[in-house]
Design a protein around this ligand. Structure first.
Ligand SMILES: NC(=O)c1ccc[n+]([C@@H]2O[C@H](COP(=O)([O-])OP(=O)(O)OC[C@H]3O[C@@H](n4cnc5c(N)ncnc54)[C@H](OP(=O)(O)O)[C@@H]3O)[C@@H](O)[C@H]2O)c1
Length: 359
């Protein structure tokens, strides 16, 4: 009987092993792969390029400023693991003219072969109260952050589908999950990316092309320094309740997620405190222990003033939570979605940024 049970178990494990490739895609092999990184001359994009290069990829960097591109190229080349690797630089504005973007992708493919992974990281942020922002700011952010992701993706997708290989990474933001004071223009441009990514993933999954969206928190980059100059006091207060991540950390996680594509699993990073989607129907919450609550009550007061904290949910969650934890729940700004596994981090000591896993 015992033998039969053991045989059954072995057969079951074997069956699982055999069907697993049908369930989850194989990780993308970066050695020799062609990775295009828009916004690859600075900040998170440059670190993503370095991370991929360290793993043996060929890189195309896309940005506007040629000097910055050449400087980044030199920096990336220091991390080569073999003498065949190439870093190609192409200067173009990804947000202006689709045919220009299409041309540079063609150029890159002629030189380094078809694109295996596209990372849409070119982007910018400007903060300000809604009525203080110029209307042109809304247009500009939508054009750089949203269309600047649509154009390169549109230019690579046909070849990816034909080859049945590909990864497309979108870099949104925590402000792409949660509308925050001062980010009316930025948040909406980053929310748009999520809609684009979800719809696109449904179309391309049958072709073995996978889409991921990263939601980085505040990250120490030249772009972040620029954004800080425009933040109103309220936005700064919210921002200051979290620590600032290192771009290398964020880049490492983005690359890992893109190449591995884990199924519907939610993965929680340890430590820190999270602004996280926990259950369905989902709600977002701050989970703070008492000490953290005391430290950040100023922020919580702000949010309460705006009616963002839902007292009922706080009560409900408090009953379930261990005695020394308080959960603060934000009502209904995130839609529950079976296909999402999202984890949005606002502060921690290791890899902290949220992402959506789209399958
Ligand atoms: N840093 C953060 O705290 C943070 C948090 C969440 C999300 N993000 C997102 O992460 C991405 C990278 O941010 P970052 O902080 O690393 O910014 P960054 O240091 O300012 O780098 C931005 C990159 O994008 C390029 N770029 C900007 N506009 C472009 C355009 N129209 N066409 C082509 N290239 C363009 C820039 O080069 P050129 O100027 O030479 O074109 C540069 O290479 C952005 O999408 C940002 O919204 C950042």
């Amino acid at each position: 009987m015992l033998l039969l049970a053991a045989a059954f178990l072995v057969a079951f494990v074997l069956l699982l092993y055999m069907v697993s490739p049908l369930i989850s895609p194989k990780p993308l092999a970066l050695p020799g792969a062609h990775v295009v990184v828009t916004g690859g001359s600075s900040g998170i994009g440059k670190c993503i390029a370095i991370e991929c290069y360290k793993q043996g990829a060929f890189i195309t960097l896309v940005a506007r400023n040629e000097d910055k591109l050449l400087q980044a190229k030199k920096e990336i080349e220091k991390h080569s693991i073999n003498d065949k690797q190439v870093v190609l630089c192409i200067s173009v504005d990804v947000s202006q003219d689709y045919s220009q973007v299409e041309n540079v992708i063609k150029q890159a493919q002629e030189k380094l072969g078809p694109v295996d992974m596209l990372v849409n990281c070119a982007g910018m942020s400007l903060a300000g109260k809604f009525e203080d922002l110029e209307v042109s700011t809304f247009e500009r952010l939508m054009s750089v952050n949203y269309l600047g992701s649509v154009y390169p993706s549109r230019a690579v997708i046909t070849t990816m589908k034909e080859r049945r290989v590909g990864r497309i990474v979108f870099v949104s933001s925590q402000a792409g999950q949660l509308g925050l004071f001062g980010f009316t223009a930025y948040s909406s441009s980053k929310f748009a990316i999520r809609g684009l990514a979800e719809a696109l993933q449904m179309e391309v999954k049958p072709y073995n092309v996978y889409v991921t969206v990263a939601y980085p928190p505040d990250t120490d980059t030249p772009g972040f320094a620029e954004e800080n100059k425009t933040k109103p006091l309220e936005t700064r207060l919210i921002s200051e309740t979290t620590s600032v991540c290192k771009p290398e950390q964020v880049a490492k996680q983005i690359v890992k997620d893109a190449i591995e594509i884990w199924g519907q699993l939610e993965r929680e990073a340890s430590g820190g405190w999270a602004l996280a989607w926990k259950e369905r129907p989902c709600r977002c919450m701050f989970r703070l222990n008492r000490a953290e609550y005391r430290k950040h009550r100023r922020l919580l007061k702000y949010l309460q003033t705006w009616g963002e904290l839902c007292p009922d949910c706080v009560q409900r969650h408090r009953k379930r939570a261990p005695a020394d934890w308080a959960d603060f729940v934000f009502p209904a700004y995130l839609k529950s979605k079976q296909t999402h596994s999202m984890f949005l981090m606002i502060r921690s000591s290791s890899s902290y940024f949220g992402r959506t896993r789209l399958i």
